[in-house]
Ligand binder design. Sequence first.
Ligand SMILES: Cc1cc2nc3c(=O)[nH]c(=O)nc-3n(C[C@H](O)[C@H](O)[C@H](O)COP(=O)(O)OP(=O)(O)OC[C@H]3O[C@@H](n4cnc5c(N)ncnc54)[C@H](O)[C@@H]3O)c2cc1C
Length: 602
Amino acid sequence: MAKRLSRRRLLEILAGLPLISGLVSGAAAQAQPKMRVRPGDPAWPSDAAWDELNRQVEGRLIKVRSPLAACVGASTDPACAQVFKELKNPYFLGDEVGLTQSLGWVGAWTSRPSVYAVATKATADVVAAVNFARKNNLRIVVKGGGHSYQGTSNAADSLLVWTRHMNAIEMHDAFVGAGCAGQAEPQPAVSIEAGVYWRQAYDAVTTKGGRYVQGGGCMTVGVAGLVLGGGFGSFSKAYGMAGASLIEAEIVTADGEVRIANACSNPDLFWALKGGGGGFGVVTRVTLRTHMLPDFFGGVFATVRATSDDAHRRLIVKALEFYAQALFNSHWGEQIRFGPGFVEFSMVFQGLDRQQTEVVWKPFFDWIAASPQDFAMPAAPRIGALPAQRFWDPSFLTSIPGLVIADDRQGAPVDDIFWAGNLGEAGAVWSAYQSAWLPASLLDTDRRQSLADALFAAAKHQEVALHCNKGLAGAPADAIAAAKDTAMNPAVIDAFALVISDALGQPAYPGVPGHEPDAEAARSQFDAVNLSMNEIRKLLPRVGSYVWETDFFQPNWQDAFWGENYPRLRAIKDKYDPEGLFFLHHGVGSEDWSADGFTRVN
Ligand SMILES: Cc1cc2nc3c(=O)[nH]c(=O)nc-3n(C[C@H](O)[C@H](O)[C@H](O)COP(=O)(O)OP(=O)(O)OC[C@H]3O[C@@H](n4cnc5c(N)ncnc54)[C@H](O)[C@@H]3O)c2cc1C
């Protein structure tokens, strides 16, 4: 019923006619687009229509051209060598309307520019773009930070809503959502426009504002995009998911309406925006809860190598025991990586100082040191803590060699830095990426051995990493309660970690001689990741996976991403976007569309 009413409402808006029930229902059935239009189709908008859109958005319509276009078939061009160098700079990628942070995924997708983009500055620009796409039956796509691994922020033959230039950030001491006065406690918060990436948010909230907001680990990830998928950062074990911190969003829905979604207005839509994975409209602003900063943030980095398979097995068991006993709490996040013959710790902490951290880790390092015939550490462990307010402070971070890399383009803002650890992913072409939530029960003494066996077997094929900040078991009660009130797969609540295995190649693009993706290498990498994750999946009766960090080919994706929340999400999608304007690969409702989102199949 909701679906039909919304369709009628859509037609009413389109035609500018009063609602006359019988007549409109028949017309609505006829008007339902089965195929979206592409350039060259007779129904593709005329130049005059595009000019009119450009006028409405005050000149912010862009005819998109990818910097890679000139390189296809022309690798000797020196300009192309420069382009391939720039593809390792996440800020270059973010500033290019025709590019995305990943260039593709072999056998899955290739980054393709839209035909036109609206570089939105204001909500009205978004409204104009959404109305234009709907009226002209266009494929529309939304890009913020452009970090989607699934390629869901690019589509050939489409109109792009590019939010990069919507950058306002406003701190609040006591925020109450619109319409919530008297129903909700005022709380400290920050309102962030859709184009802001996390480095900018941390700069405003932490470095300048002295507060904490839950965001992503990678500094160039988009704020709105991260929230829509649930969103984890290094300290999520303490503060929960970014999506669960959402207090309010402004969103333009498929009918072109600007809506406020919060606990009091459009609460169903509000819930779907917290981890529903996008596809419910274009979010123009999010307001997120902020927290007091702890005194310190810090990290522990250590690699332990084992001299034999037997020693490696014992090392894995010990690492799990150490995690379960000492690190399985709200202080600790990030990764324990298992590869052939080694275990590597890249752990971060909050709310401890350096001395306390050393005490926590001493028994583990003593255990390693007691068996030099079995274990070696190629370098001494690095343990560091810093005042939390300086954790994202560019002037401080650039003083530590090798920690961050700056945008090296001429005239780039000096504060535009990114973690050196994220360099490998800039411009990547993926061969495989798989993930699964691991229930905390696997850490119980009677199950730990089977987890260790699985990790040992997995590591023989391909490295796997436990992302301990991407499962909420061990988090404080308020973070867990907030997570329960989101659209995320409830498996995240009981999980102590998200296990990830992936494989990538460096920047490459089909048709660029000398820079073609290596399909053969990708195939064997894919096989290795698959074999590796199969070892882990054997332990799991039901596989849950994080929608933003998952397999493009994820089987049973509705269940894997959202579990029992999927039917509710689907109903909300049908209510707010009954014609499926906002399609994305493995997004809610995408089963009604062809893989490219152009043809309605249901
Ligand atoms: C290097 C790297 C690091 C990452 N680190 C993390 C991490 O620390 N934590 C984590 O949880 N994930 C991480 N991710 C995964 C993931 O890509 C992001 O969580 C999220 O998708 C990024 O949003 P974005 O705006 O950068 O990307 P985009 O590709 O622009 O957007 C992602 C999706 O959200 C949609 N979208 C974006 N903005 C809007 C909007 N305003 N309205 C409606 N839809 C919108 C897009 O259409 C797309 O489908 C990382 C990815 C990469 C490549």
